[in-house]
Unconditional design. Structure first.
Length: 103
């Protein structure tokens, strides 16, 4: 074989080994990235489950709040001056009746 042919064979061999090493490195990088993707997907799934549980709890609490609001009966306070005067007179009358009854 001529020296040129031997040189070409050596260059091809060197290039082949370099390509093989690059391939091995890239495969490892892909494997690492795949592991990271799987981990992140698991995290996403866990967070989605937590979100769903929180939404269900929120629905439950809102339902309880609505039920509690329905059970509470609020009586409006009258700001009508006439009604207040009538009530004050009734109270005064009741106090006078109690004083008379206790004498």
């Amino acid at each position: 074989m001529t020296s040129e042919l031997k040189s070409l064979i050596e260059q091809i061999g060197t290039k082949s080994r370099q390509l093989h090493q690059s391939l091995v490195t890239e495969r490892e990088r892909v494997r690492s990235m795949t592991d990271e993707i799987n981990r992140l997907n698991a995290d996403i799934s866990e967070h989605q489950n937590q979100k769903k549980a929180m939404e269900e709890e929120l629905q439950s609490l809102q339902s309880e709040l609505n039920q509690a609001r329905e059970q509470v009966q609020v009586q409006p306070v009258s700001t009508n001056g006439v009604e207040i005067d009538v009530l004050v007179k009734e109270i005064d009358f009741c106090i006078q009746q109690l004083k008379i009854a206790n004498e």
